[in-house]
Design a protein around this ligand. Structure first.
Ligand code: ADP
Ligand code: ZN
Length: 628
């Protein structure tokens, strides 16, 4: 907002200046309004005198204090028609009036019309005023706002990049599904509310808490809830805001933030994405980053600089605690770590309850069923899901959200917007075979998650989709489960190849193959599930430029690398053979299912299993169903 004003002015001023000359010109050349008697034809004063002598003039109207006149004259050449002509008079001519009187010509004098002149005056004034006003405004802004051109030397000083909320209005009740984190942080509220209790016995109040967890799990919400519960102001800034182009800017922002916070203590300072500043110093490609290091040093200095009892508690959030500089994690700094993970089924139900509070939901909707359908969803995903469902409900002009909208919203949150179905064509058949390929392998392999539904309605990038019901909250995955997943993911390509032949396979399997490679590779390098033996050869893959990972990337020789590749290939080949065999052996039911899918666009899991069971034995699957 602030900036945009400046930009607008900067761009409009030149335009205004140019406009000024045009407008001015327009005003000064505009003929003064002569009332209703405007005559366009002009006549010279000499000619006017001639007309007077010839007795052709019948009336004269004087304007502008006698400087202009509209003359009515008879034209004998045109049947004595009356002509109206405009004459410029040479100043005030008293003898003219005497003459008119003696000739008995009717004449009248009209007052000077003021509004024309007034407008002219305004027109002349308005632009200079705007111009000066604009310049003044600009000038004031730039001298007020450090960093503006007026004060280039102080650009770091509080560009007010952090925000302060006096009252967040968020309470612990609004945060659901992360009970352990909440319990741990409950104590922080007590520090803020009753510091005496701790200081009385000589305890030092902790300064920093690090919230660790993936995005959308409610870290910001939690920090706000602490401020809300304790009734203290909430300062927040994102780590990325500290890091600027100029060396020293970030550091001075840190200084400023802490200065403001001290004035408002007790309070909470929330630093989101702290890994943006707090990364291991001197790491990453190309060595350190001066600016970031200075910022980080300043942050450390500030944290050491105030006594624990001032009542400032710094809460930082990150998804990558592993890349943080160890100095940040030392006692007296962020020495408390609280993990905030995606909620389990019970947590999801609680989050849904929180967000259902202000929504109209039909009584038959079971939030529990939604919680079951959404493993892996974070708090933010669930909030988004209910909101999408509410939007769909409004669009369909219903009174309350029903299960239908919720199902559609889940699909949309997971797989993107629904597209229009393909018309029946060869490529639609191919996509149908591809999806049925995934689904049939998922159904016939005992260790694969069961099919939830198969659909040909495009969503996001996908032309068709097969949904599986993941086995709820299983922490560990067995080797045969991973193999089944690889075979299932290869099922689409296997069906394309088996039915349409080598030449007709499509790019549609690209995403599947990516997953396949990654799963197979991890089996070999991380989980010790291959002939190479129980070795961990790679740490979890992370981006090289994030700092530390650079050095830990490959811990094996060239020889091992080629053996890894060979193992990965043999796993994938083995699974692909399984898929091809299942497709070949079940061709009849696959053809029938494809016809049905093209006709109905969607087949749900139960119907799918029912049809398959008429042709082959469908293994019973163990689904672990958690109790809520
Ligand atoms: P993070 O900071 O971890 O990325 P946020 O706190 O910004 O996540 O969460 C974004 C939104 O998602 C919140 O404003 C809230 O509406 C919702 N949300 C996330 N986690 C929860 C939760 N545990 N309970 C209730 N709502 C949540
Ligand atoms: Zn596929």
């Amino acid at each position: 907002m602030k900036l945009s004003w400046r930009v607008i002015l900067l761009w409009t001023l030149p335009a205004l200046i140019i406009g000024f000359f045009f407008w001015q010109g327009a005003f000064s050349s505009a003929p003064a309004d002569m009332g209703r008697n405007t005559a366009s034809t002009r006549m010279t004063y000499g000619r006017f005198l001639e007309y007077l002598d010839a007795g052709r003039v019948t009336s004269v109207d004087l304007y502008e204090g006698g400087r202009t006149a509209i003359v009515e004259a008879i034209d004998p050449e045109l049947d004595n028609r009356i002509q109206r002509l405009r004459v410029d008079l040479p100043g005030n001519a008293p003898d003219l009036i005497t003459r008119l009187r003696s000739d008995n010509i009717s004449f009248d004098s009209h007052p000077i019309r003021n509004d024309g002149a007034l407008w002219g005056l305004l027109g002349n004034l308005i632009f200079p005023v705007l111009l000066i006003g604009g310049l003044f405004f600009l000038f004031r802004r730039s001298s007020n706002v450090p960093g503006g051109p007026g004060q280039a030397m102080q650009f770091g000083k509080s560009r007010a990049r952090f925000s302060m909320e006096a009252k967040t209005g968020v309470m612990f009740d609004d945060v659901a599904g992360i009970e352990e984190a909440k319990e741990e942080l409950q104590e922080v509220v007590t520090f803020l509310k009753k510091p005496e209790r701790f200081t009385a016995v000589g305890a030092k109040i902790p300064k920093g808490v690090l919230l660790v967890g993936p995005p959308g799990t409610g870290k910001t919400l939690l920090a706000k809830a602490i401020a809300g519960e304790a009734g203290v102001p909430f300062f927040s800034i994102s780590g990325s805001e500290f890091v600027e182009m100029f060396v020293g800017v970030g550091a001075s922002r840190v200084r400023d933030l802490f200065k403001k916070a001290k004035e408002n203590a007790p309070c909470i300072i929330f630093i989101d994405e702290i890994d943006a500043v707090g990364r291991q110093r001197g790491a990453g490609i190309g060595g350190g980053n001066d600016e970031r290091e200075q910022t980080l040093n300043q942050l450390l200095t500030e944290m050491d600089g105030f006594e624990g009892n001032t009542g400032i508690i710094i809460i930082a959030a990150t998804n990558r605690p592993d890349v943080l500089d160890s100095a940040l994690l030392r006692p007296g700094r962020f020495d408390r770590q609280v993990t905030v993970d995606a909620p389990d089924i019970k947590g999801r139900l609680e989050v849904l309850n929180v967000h259902a509070r202000n929504k109209k939901i039909a009584p038959e909707v079971s939030l529990e069923a939604i919680a079951r359908r959404t493993p892996g969803f974070t708090g933010a995903d669930l909030a988004n899901l209910l909101n999408e469902a509410a939007i769909l409900t409004a669009r369909r002009r219903k009174d309350a959200i029903t299960m239908l909208e919720i199902d559609d919203a889940v699909d949309r949150v997971v797989a993107g917007m629904e597209g229009t179905p393909l018309v029946d064509s060869k490529s639609k058949r191919l996509i149908a075979y591809h999806e049925i390929g995934h689904a049939i392998i998922g159904t016939l392999l005992k260790d694969h998650d069961p099919v939830q539904k198969v659909t040909l309605i495009p969503r996001g990038q996908a032309q068709g989709l097969t949904w599986f019901t993941p086995n709820e909250e299983q922490g560990l995955i067995s080797r045969s489960q991973i193999l089944a997943r690889i075979s299932g993911a290869l099922g689409g390509r296997a069906a394309e190849q088996e039915i349409f032949g080598d030449a007709e396979v499509t790019t549609g399997a690209g995403g599947d193959l990516q997953q396949v490679s990654s799963m197979a590779r991890q089996m070999v390098t991380r989980f010790g599930m291959s002939d190479l033996g129980p070795l961990s050869l790679e740490s979890q893959q992370g981006e090289v430029f994030l700092g530390r990972d650079w050095m830990t990337k490959s811990e094996y020789s060239e020889q091992i690398a080629s053996r890894i590749d060979a193992q990965v290939r043999s796993i994938v080949e083995h699974c692909y053979d399984t898929s091809l065999r299942i497709i070949r052996d079940n061709r009849a039911v696959i053809d029938r299912l494809v016809d049905l899918l093209i006709e109905k666009e969607t087949i749900d899991g139960d119907e799918f299993r029912q049809i398959v069971s008429e042709y082959a034995e469908v293994p019973e699957k163990e689904q672990f169903v958690p109790q809520i």
